[in-house]
Design a protein around this ligand. Structure first.
Ligand SMILES: CC(C)(COP(=O)(O)OP(=O)(O)OC[C@H]1O[C@@H](n2cnc3c(N)ncnc32)[C@H](O)[C@@H]1OP(=O)(O)O)[C@@H](O)C(=O)NCCC(=O)NCCS
Length: 226
């Protein structure tokens, strides 16, 4: 597949700012390490931050699934995926199993699903729509490759506040019904992702009490292929 590149403007405080979304490459790794550390501060386990070998694998095994966003020439975020065969009849899995702990050696070149390994936007560039633009760009990759869906497990970092008196399923239901807001689940809903299943032990993530919500976006051109 040809390299991905898109140039446009976002509005920041009512002013247009130039943005580029493109495939990331080795020169971007340093910037990506910094963004990860800012995005996933403690108590998130630092051993889950990217290391160089993982990023090398991303740009080598599935470069189409390695996207980043630049604002005014500065790296502001990234999103990474791999291809897997997803069987909706057996949805349960952990992040580590599917993504090979972020090394994506589990990438299947003919897999039917683009699975999200990570999406992160530098805190200094949040709420400008960049996360949504990255997600929509990855939908374009799904369509271009003719895949059935994009799938990923959303963290639910707001859950720990409610965990003592609400099950994870009830929390997700409250977010879907708009009674609660979650920094990640609400973001994913606003990006057009829909919940498939709540999975316990999905990711080592204290704030989410290790739960993740599998959420998908189906390729509208492949609706017969379900
Ligand atoms: C999740 C994340 C990528 C969102 O990035 P972002 O660029 O700030 O998101 P956007 O500006 O595109 O927001 C998209 C929508 O989500 C909503 N949203 C964004 N952050 C939100 C928050 N903290 N709480 C509730 N809703 C939020 C926005 O209202 C927006 O909707 P709108 O465009 O209809 O107004 C970013 O917060 C992040 O990097 N978080 C830490 C890493 C992480 O947890 N990643 C997810 C792993 S599963």
């Amino acid at each position: 597949m040809a390299a991905y590149r898109k140039e446009f403007y976002i509005y920041s405080q009512d002013r247009p700012v130039p943005v580029v979304i493109r495939n990331y490459r080795e020169e971007d790794f340093e910037g990506m390490f910094g963004i990860q550390q800012a995005c996933f501060p403690p108590p998130f386990p630092s051993e889950l931050w990217w290391n160089r070998e993982q990023l090398i694998n991303h740009v080598t095994l599935f470069p189409e699934g390695a996207l980043c966003v630049e604002v005014n020439g500065r790296l502001a975020g990234s999103m990474t995926g791999l291809r897997v065969d997803f069987d909706p009849a057996h949805p349960d899995h952990t992040w580590a199993e599917v993504t090979d702990e972020g090394y994506i050696r589990s990438h299947k070149p003919d897999g039917n699903t683009l699975y999200v390994v990570d999406i992160s936007v530098d805190p200094a560039y949040r709420k400008l729509g960049l996360g949504k633009w990255l997600m929509f760009s990855m939908y374009e990759v799904v369509v271009q490759l003719g895949l059935d869906r994009l799938l990923g497990g959303g963290r639910m970092p707001g859950y720990h506040t409610y965990a003592d008196n609400m099950s994870a399923e009830k929390y997700v239901q409250a977010v879907v019904e708009g009674r609660l807001k979650d920094p990640v689940l609400t973001f994913l809903l606003r990006c057009g992702r829909t919940p498939v299943k709540v999975v316990s032990g999905y990711l080592e993530d204290e704030e989410s009490r290790n739960y993740g919500t599998l959420m998908e976006w189906r390729n509208p051109f492949r609706s017969s292929g379900r």
